[in-house]
Ligand binder design. Structure first.
Ligand code: GLU
Length: 307
């Protein structure tokens, strides 16, 4: 007798990782919603992480305000909330390990020096010219730690943006994992946190698409498989720039207009929610989203929304 064992997919572990630098704005709500719906369509877990890595950028009270709002909108998260500010020992250990393996080196270059000696301007600032890779100049005090990059192209297929390819050596250079001012870099923390939590699916805005090959490289250095990536298009503000805190109307998300905001976020994500759902409660809109969400509906084009 042949027994057919139903094929079961491993559960999706997704996460939402807002930076507490102000109130939740519409662009961030879109990330939260897409990640949430992807997880809740199966029996996965949805984790929350507060990315309070960089003390001067943290706005007091905003982490709590974001959590309060998410709760009011009906989002339910699994496990305890992770705060990056409580994980510095872990980041330090991993950095030490990389240093031991000579994958990381000290760099004493100032921004001005890098600008002056960069081989060319990369998409996100000057490409690091490798000055300190084989020993720093004397008399330099503030030191960052950089990860050596390889010369090979990094390929990955983004679940929304399609095939991606980047050459870190040419487009970025050895990149910072620990800043000269004593702050752990986002690239380091995000990889360690996602790795430790077993995150399988990362959904976030397309502004981080360019960072992804750096993160994949770091996973490779740590001998761990990276998660699947889904970079949704960006919500543009009135000036066709990425939506920001200056766009006041988009930051006015509250539980009272939550159903409408979630409806707009579903619409932005190409899910074509029925028009009468626009006045439903947040919970009803989320329920509809869980039943109907499809990543395939999400386009690639950044655009603004009309409230
Ligand atoms: N903390 C980042 C933000 O709020 C998101 C980082 C990530 O999802 O990897 O834009």
């Amino acid at each position: 007798m042949i027994v057919i064992v139903p094929h079961s997919r491993p559960p999706v572990i997704g996460r939402f990782a807002p930076s507490p630098t102000g109130p939740l704005h519409f662009g961030t709500l879109v990330s939260a919603l897409a990640s949430y719906l992807q997880v809740r369509q199966g029996s996965g877990k949805w984790l929350l992480r507060i990315e309070d890595l960089d003390p001067p950028r943290v706005v007091a009270g905003s982490a709590d305000a974001i959590l309060f709002l998410l709760e009011g909108l009906g989002f339910e998260w699994d496990n305890e909330i992770v705060y990056q500010s409580r994980r510095f020992d872990r980041y330090r250990d991993i950095l030490e390990g990389l240093r031991h393996q000579q994958m990381v080196f000290e760099c004493g270059c100032s921004r001005r020096e890098i600008f002056a000696s960069a081989p060319h301007a990369g998409e996100e600032g000057p490409v690091y010219p490798g000055t300190c890779r084989y020993g720093t100049g004397s008399g330099r005090s503030q030191r960052s730690l950089r990860l050596k990059v390889g010369s090979e192209d990094i390929f990955f297929v983004d679940g929304i943006q399609g095939k991606q390819r980047q050459n870190l050596e040419r487009d970025v250079g050895d990149f910072v994992l620990y800043r000269g001012d004593g702050v752990f870099a986002y690239q380091l923390a995000v990889v360690i946190d996602d790795m430790d939590a077993g995150v399988t699916h990362v959904v976030r805005g397309a502004d981080l698409l360019f960072s992804t090959p750096r993160q994949i490289w770091l996973y490779r250095c740590l001998g761990v498989n990276p998660p699947a990536y889904y970079h949704h298009p960006l919500v543009l503000g009135s000036d066709t720039q990425k939506l920001s805190k200056r766009d006041g109307s988009y930051t006015l998300i509250c539980a009272a207009n939550g159903g409408r905001m979630l409806w707009l976020a579903l619409d932005f994500l190409g899910q074509a929610p029925p028009s009468d759902l626009v006045s439903a409660s947040p919970q009803e809109v989320l329920g509809w989203g869980i039943e109907n969400f499809s990543v395939a509906g999400i386009g690639r084009e950044n655009r603004s929304i009309h409230c």
